[in-house]
Design a protein around this ligand. Structure first.
Ligand code: CU
Length: 287
């Protein structure tokens, strides 16, 4: 190879390397915001809890990656350092019952699980803490396959109509919509009339099951106005996938204007598809 050819091939390599590295830098800078929020489908201050949940998620990944890199490093080091050399024959020296090593690989994973458990438990406790005096209380009632919302303080209700039982899909603006005022403490009382459902708003990073005969609670403060997707996240029958809703976080004035348009009263166990809790349960259900 002539010196001229060498120079041009070196130049081509430099161009290639700089192209790859600038593409990499572009990729990293483009998604650095995404990285910071762990690719979660929300913003940091969406509710008063999302920042905390995001930190737990991202820090768990950082810990997992650090452990992963250490583990891969040790595996690769072993493969290289203890590879079969020239002129070696037969099996290498076999080892068993190395007590210090066995204690080490029992204690370390146990420690890691306890650390994850500690931080998770701490955050769950903070997120699930109920407010003694929430500004807004909504009794959310799941039913196959829609949602009703009782605005408890205002004594108003909204009733979502079930998906057409012929399977026709609804359009997004026809979904039942839960209105919430921005920057106000909200308590959602989750009830179901028939089977288990699950109340899930991906943007809030929170999901809670609805169990027949018991009330679960979500307490949060929405902090960003907007319309968010909600869905049932528990397989609840034939049209489970159609059990969709919207959450509209609006100004307090808009919230009050909206609620004022709703009919008076609260919905109970109406529209119960299987049985009513006020009546004697069929024997098969007691079993
Ligand atoms: Cu459901």
């Amino acid at each position: 190879m002539s010196s001229q050819e060498r120079t041009s091939s070196r130049r081509a390599r430099i161009v290639k390397i700089s192209a790859v590295s600038s593409a990499g830098a572009l990729f990293l800078s483009g998604c650095s915001e995404e990285v910071q929020k762990g690719w979660l489908p929300t913003e940091r201050d969406m509710t008063n809890h999302t920042g905390r949940i995001m930190d737990l998620w991202v820090n768990s990944w950082i810990a997992a990656l650090a452990v992963g890199i250490l583990t891969w490093g040790l595996v690769i080091w072993c493969i290289v350092a203890y590879r079969r050399r020239k002129n070696e024959t037969g099996y290498p020296r076999q080892l068993s019952y190395n007590l210090p090593l066995e204690i080490f690989y029992t204690v370390i994973p146990l420690f890691m699980v306890l650390v994850l458990f500690f931080f998770t438990e701490q955050d769950i406790r903070a997120i699930e803490e109920r407010d003694e005096n929430p500004d807004v209380i909504v009794d959310v009632r799941g039913k196959q396959w829609s949602w009703d919302f009782n605005y408890v303080n205002e004594d108003k209700y909204f009733s979502g109509t079930q998906v057409n039982l012929d399977g026709t899909e609804k359009t997004e603006d026809e979904f039942p919509t839960l209105y919430l005022p921005v920057n106000r403490t909200v308590e959602l009382q989750l009830n179901t009339r028939d089977v288990q459902h699950s109340f899930w708003v991906p943007a809030f990073l929170q999901k809670m099951d609805l169990y027949p005969g018991r009330t679960n609670y979500i307490t949060l403060t929405p902090q960003v106005e907007g319309t968010y997707d909600g869905k049932c996240a528990e397989l609840c029958g034939e049209y489970h996938s159609e059990m969709l809703f919207n959450v509209k976080v609006v100004s307090e004035r808009e919230y009050n204007d909206y609620v004022a348009t709703l009919p008076d009263g609260q919905l109970g166990d109406e529209y119960d598809r299987s049985y009513s809790y006020n009546e004697a349960r069929p024997e098969s259900i007691d079993e």
